[in-house]
Design a protein around this ligand. Structure first.
Ligand SMILES: C[S@@+](CC[C@H](N)C(=O)[O-])C[C@H]1O[C@@H](n2cnc3c(N)ncnc32)[C@H](O)[C@@H]1O
Length: 342
C-alpha cells in the first residue's frame, strides 16, 4: 500500500463571489416585476425593441436586463442577435404575469422595503434594540394593506394546500391566529361547508382582512377579532387552531405561551396546526428557515428560527397528543400538528 496523499482541493473564490453578489439577482428580478417585463413579454412585446417601448426603457437597458434574466433562467432566448425573441419560463409565466390568476408579483416585492436595512445588517446585529412585536410595531392600515397584498398573492396557494392536506370535515370553528389577509380561513370555510372561522390579528390588519373577506363574499363564514395573540383571550368553541407563517417572528417562550392559550381554548378533541419555516433538527438548514430567523435581527425582534423538534415540544409540553411533523411545502414550510385529548 502506498501512502499517496489525497489530491489537493484547489480552492477559489467563485462560490463566495456568487453569494456576495446575489443581491444583484434579487434587484434584477424585482426590477423586472416592477417594470412588468414578464407581463409585457406574455402580451407579445418579446423583442428587445418592443420590450424597451412597453417597459419605458432604452434599448440598451432592455438588452442588459433581458440578458441577465435569461442567464438567471427566468426567460428563454431564441437567438443571439438583436431580433431575438424572448419567452417566459413556465413558473414565470404562471406566477409573474399579471393576467394570471396566480399572479404573485406583490410577494416578489414583499421584502423590498427592507432593502436599505439589510445594507446595515452588521450594525443591527451589534445593536439589537429588541422589541417583542418586531416588524409589526407601528404598523398602519396602509402598511398592512401592502403587506397582505403580498401574503394573499402567495397565501391562497398555501391555504388551498392546507385544505387539501387536512380533513376538516365536521369541524365547526377555526381560529386563525395571525391570520393576516384571512386566506386560510376563506379557503377552509369555502372547502368545508358548515365551518366558520375567526381571524385574530393586530387591529390594522383586521381592517385589511375584512376587505379580503368581503371581496370573497365570506362575511357569513369568516369574522375578525382585533388583538394580540400573546395577550388577547381566545374565543371559546374553536375545534381547529391554525397559526401560519409566524414561527420565526417569536422566541420559544412566546410560541409556548400562544400554544398553551390555544390548548386551553380548544374544545376536547380539537386540533392545532403550526405552519412555518422550520430548521432541521441538526440546525444545518434549510437556508430559507435560517434566513427568516436572521431577518428578525433586521427588525430587532426577539424571534429566531425553530427546529421541527422544538416546535413539536411546544405542542407536546402544552398537552397536545399525536404530535407530528408533516411536510407542507417541501424544503420551505412544514406543518406541525397535535390534538387535544377528547
Ligand atoms: C407572515 S403573516 C401570515 C399571515 C397568514 N397567517 C398567512 O399565512 O397568510 C403574519 C401575521 O401574523 C400577525 N401577527 C404577528 N404577531 C401577532 C400578534 N402578536 N397578534 C396577532 N397577530 C400577529 C401579523 O400581523 C401578520 O398578519
Amino acid at each position: 500500500m502506498s501512502d499517496t496523499p489525497p489530491p489537493k482541493v484547489r480552492l477559489d473564490t467563485t462560490r463566495l463571489q456568487k453569494i456576495a453578489q446575489a443581491y444583484w439577482e434579487s434587484a434584477a428580478l424585482m426590477a423586472a416585476v416592477e417594470l412588468d417585463v414578464f407581463t409585457a413579454i406574455a402580451r407579445g412585446h418579446d423583442t428587445i425593441a418592443t420590450l424597451a417601448t412597453a417597459a419605458g426603457l432604452t434599448e440598451r437597458n432592455a438588452e442588459r436586463l433581458l440578458t441577465a434574466l435569461v442567464a438567471m433562467t427566468l426567460l428563454e432566448r431564441s437567438g443571439p442577435g438583436k431580433d431575438a425573441r424572448f419567452s417566459n419560463t413556465p413558473d414565470v409565466q404562471r406566477f409573474l404575469v399579471k393576467d394570471s390568476d396566480r399572479y404573485a408579483g406583490p410577494w416578489i416585492l414583499f421584502t423590498k422595503p427592507r432593502w436599505a436595512a439589510y445594507g446595515e445588517l452588521s450594525r443591527r446585529l451589534r445593536d439589537p434594540g429588541e422589541k417583542r412585536l418586531g416588524a409589526y410595531t407601528e404598523f398602519t392600515v396602509d402598511d398592512a394593506r401592502r403587506y397582505h397584498a403580498a401574503t394573499y398573492s402567495i397565501g391562497t396557494g398555501a391555504a388551498r394546500l392546507f385544505s387539501r392536506s387536512v380533513d376538516l370535515t365536521g369541524r365547526k370553528l377555526l381560529l386563525d391566529l395571525g391570520g393576516g389577509s384571512g386566506a386560510y380561513s376563506i379557503v377552509a370555510t369555502q372547502t368545508y361547508p358548515g365551518l366558520k372561522a375567526i381571524v385574530l390579528d393586530l387591529p390594522p390588519v383586521t381592517v385589511v382582512a375584512n376587505e379580503y373577506i368581503a371581496a370573497n363574499k365570506a362575511q357569513d363564514r369568516v369574522s375578525t377579532l382585533a388583538g394580540d395573540f400573546t395577550t388577547t383571550p381566545f374565543p371559546a368553541g374553536a375545534d381547529v387552531v391554525v397559526m401560519a407563517s409566524n414561527l420565526p417572528q417569536y422566541e420559544p417562550a412566546l410560541i409556548r405561551l400562544v400554544v398553551g392559550k390555544a390548548f386551553a381554548a380548544l374544545v376536547p378533541g380539537g386540533e392545532m396546526h403550526l405552519i412555518g419555516e422550520t430548521l432541521h433538527d441538526d440546525r444545518r438548514g434549510p437556508l430559507s428557515a435560517a434566513l427568516w430567523g436572521l431577518n428578525e435581527a433586521v427588525f430587532g425582534s426577539t424571534g429566531l428560527a425553530h427546529t421541527e423538534s422544538e416546535v413539536k415540544s411546544y405542542l407536546q409540553d402544552a398537552g397536545f397528543t399525536d404530535v407530528a411533523v408533516h411536510p407542507f411545502v417541501p424544503g420551505v414550510l412544514s406543518r406541525i400538528a397535535g390534538r387535544k385529548p377528547a
